[in-house]
Structure formats: C-alpha cells, structure tokens
Design a protein around this ligand. Structure first.
Ligand SMILES: NC(=O)c1ccc[n+]([C@@H]2O[C@H](COP(=O)([O-])OP(=O)(O)OC[C@H]3O[C@@H](n4cnc5c(N)ncnc54)[C@H](O)[C@@H]3O)[C@@H](O)[C@H]2O)c1
Length: 341
C-alpha cells in the first residue's frame, strides 16, 4: 500500500511512519508536513535514505499540492493539525485554518481523485468533560469546549459528511492523551521530564486533579493502522489506554522516577475552561479490530524518561528554537537526500 501521511514530522505521525514501514515492509510512505514549530525533520532522520520513504514540505491547505500528492496513493492517514489546547486559547484562528480547512482540502482531493481511502486521526476531547464516573464511547454526543477540540470536532463532522454525501471511504479514530518518544516538550510529560533534567520546577495546573486516560503512542499507532486495514468504512473507533491518571499522580510518578522531591512542583493558575476528566471505553476496537493497549503506564513512562534522557540534543534544540535555525541553515532551499520539499 502507498500511504500519504499528513503531519508525519510531528509526534504521533513520525511514530506511525516508523511503525508502518516496520510492520508492512512492502508499503511506501509519503509524508506531507508544513514543519510548523511542532514538526521536526529530525524525527524522521532514520528514514532519510529509505527508498520507501519520501518527505514533502507543504501545507495541507494548498489544494494544488494536495491534489498532486493524493493522485499517487492508495490511502491518506491524516495526522496534520494544530494540536496544543493552550495555543488554541491564545490564537484560535490558525486551528480553524489547519484543522478544518486543511481537512476539507484533503477530503476534496480524495474525492476528485477516485475516492481515495481516508483515515482521520482525532481526539477524545471532542466529547467534552466527564464527571467522576462514566466513559466516552462511539455513541457519546459531541460537546467540544476549547478552540482546539471545537476545530477537531468540526473536522470529524466534515469527514462524516464526505462519507454520507459522496460515499468517500472514510474512517475516524478518537484517541486519548498520548505520550512517548518525539513528543514536543510543550506537552505535560516531556515538559516535566525535560524541566527536571534541566534542574527547573514543573508547572502543575490548578489543583492537579484533572484526569486523562494515558496511552503509549505505539499502542495508538497500532490502532490507527488496524482501522486503516480492517476498519468498517464510515465508522468511528475509540482508543484509550485503560489508564486514568490525574495530573498530580503523573507529576508524582515522574518526580519519583527521576529522584526529585515535591519541592520541584510549582502550582500555576489553571488553564481556562480546563476539562475535568476524560476516559475512554475502547471495547469496540478491542472486539472488532483485535486491538488492545499493550504498554502498562509505568513501563511506558520509564521508557519515555529513558528516551528523553538519552536524546537530550533533540529536545534541547526544540526547546531553544535552535532546530528552526538549523533547518534553514542546513537545508535552505536545497532538497536533502531522500527528502524533497
Ligand atoms: N497528542 C495527543 O495526545 C493526541 C491525542 C489524540 C489525537 N491527537 C491527534 O493526532 C494528530 C497528531 O497529533 P500530535 O500530537 O502528533 O501533533 P504534533 O503537533 O506533534 O504534530 C502535528 C504535525 O502537523 C504538522 N502541521 C501543522 N499544520 C500543518 C499544515 N497546515 N500542513 C501540513 N502539516 C501541518 C506539524 O508541522 C506537525 O508535524 C492531531 O491531529 C491530533 O489532533 C493527538
């Protein structure tokens, strides 16, 4: 299968590209990524000389480019997005552009080019906030509450509309909070790990009792790949780690694993409109796809701490912004081996 992976230079997308080429050695992957602040070609470095891999720098809102790329593939797996809730609170416009207009641009290209198979990678945040009990399922009504989740909800609706209106062969997956290698250090787990390595404090929002269902990125990627190959067209699948943790619990685990004391916690004002609890019932994916979350949280967390500890240059470049300068200096307008722009 030849797959166009949008956002493949980001956190989950890059993990997905490695996993697909490992699990399906006959597949080919084209990554389309705009290399925003969150995209990093370093994430795909091990594939630079792999003949099954091609990188294209570009915007999913660029209809002509997208049309050109979709022509040559069997499927599109769509990860590209603005993905950080805090940034969406500061500047919602770019979330509307990328997450909604970008998704529609891809859907149009798939339709124009013979109904190309389309999988949309979405989030559990579209379902809003839970109380102390209950789980999100495929039947939960949408109730997005941040500009980020509202834009992802909008993109989910457009994907479903493309199926119902034009018969475009689509699937959607909504997943809980991911963690693992290559995650931008603006997100909670890598931020706290790297701050502790740097000897800094860790900023904990509000009372620390916001709960998320944490899943290792490899488990999420396996789920996405199973939906692509075995999922029922027009359907939605939810993925979660069966691992609910409060931010305070995660913080304490990271402090403990890294030998740091409670004095490193810095209480900061809560995020505006901070959803209290998300939790997923992934039983449909387990039943119909034979999928299950395989990484126990503590094992995954230890692996993630080890990855950030041994890849210090990677996150220090991202944190200092040096990566962007590096990219311009290193590549300018020249293509690199195995990498086209
Ligand atoms: N991180 C999570 O916990 C999580 C959970 C569930 C769903 N998701 C979804 O998974 C997807 C990937 O998330 P992530 O955490 O890897 O995000 P990320 O921010 O690490 O990566 C996003 C990638 O998209 C690229 N991109 C942004 N705008 C683009 C544009 N206009 N054109 C082309 N490329 C563009 C960026 O350069 C980056 O490489 C997103 O759709 C997100 O909503 C994430």
């Amino acid at each position: 299968m030849k797959i166009l992976v949008t956002g493949g230079a980001g956190f989950i997308g890059s993990n997905y590209v490695y996993q697909v080429l490992h699990r399906h050695p006959e597949d080919e992957v084209v990554v389309l990524d705009a290399l925003t602040y969150a995209g990093n070609l370093e994430n795909l470095k091990q594939l630079e000389r792999d003949p099954r891999f091609r990188f294209v720098k570009g915007d999913i809102c660029d209809a002509a480019l997208v049309d050109d790329l979709v022509k040559g593939v069997d499927a599109v797996v769509h990860f590209a997005a603005e993905s950080h809730v805090d940034r969406s609170i500061m500047d919602p416009g770019v979330f509307v552009r990328t997450n909604i207009i970008g998704t529609q641009t891809l859907l149009d290209a798939c339709r124009r080019n013979g109904n190309v198979r389309f999988h949309h990678v979405s989030t559990d945040e579209v379902f809003g906030s839970l109380g102390a009990t209950g789980l999100f399922s495929e039947q939960t009504p949408y109730d997005p509450r941040s500009p980020y989740s509202a834009s992802k909800a909008g993109s989910d609706h457009l994907v479903r509309a493309a199926w119902h209106t034009y018969g475009l062969p689509v699937t959607i997956s909504n997943c809980s909070n991911n963690y693992g290698p290559y995650q931008h250090p603006e997100k909670l787990i890598p931020l706290f790990i790297t701050n502790l390595i740097e000897g800094k404090t860790v900023p904990l929002y509000g009372d620390g009792m916001n709960v998320r269902d944490w899943i290792h990125v490899e488990d999420h990627c396996e789920g996405v790949d199973l939906v692509l190959r075995k999922g029922t067209i027009g359907e939605t699948y939810l993925f979660g780690g069966r691992s609910e943790r409060s931010n305070a619990e995660i913080t304490n685990l990271i402090l403990f694993e890294m030998g740091a004391g409670q004095g490193k916690i810095e209480r900061v004002a809560d995020r505006l409109g901070h959803d209290r609890r998300y939790a997923i019932d992934p039983s449909r994916a387990e039943r119909e796809l034979g999928w299950s979350p395989k990484t126990p949280f503590l094992h995954g967390l230890r692996k993630t701490i080890a990855w950030y500890t041994s890849n210090e240059a990677w996150w220090r470049n991202v944190k200092s912004g040096a990566y962007r300068e590096y990219y311009e200096k290193q590549y300018g307008s020249r293509p690199t081996p195995g990498v086209s722009r």
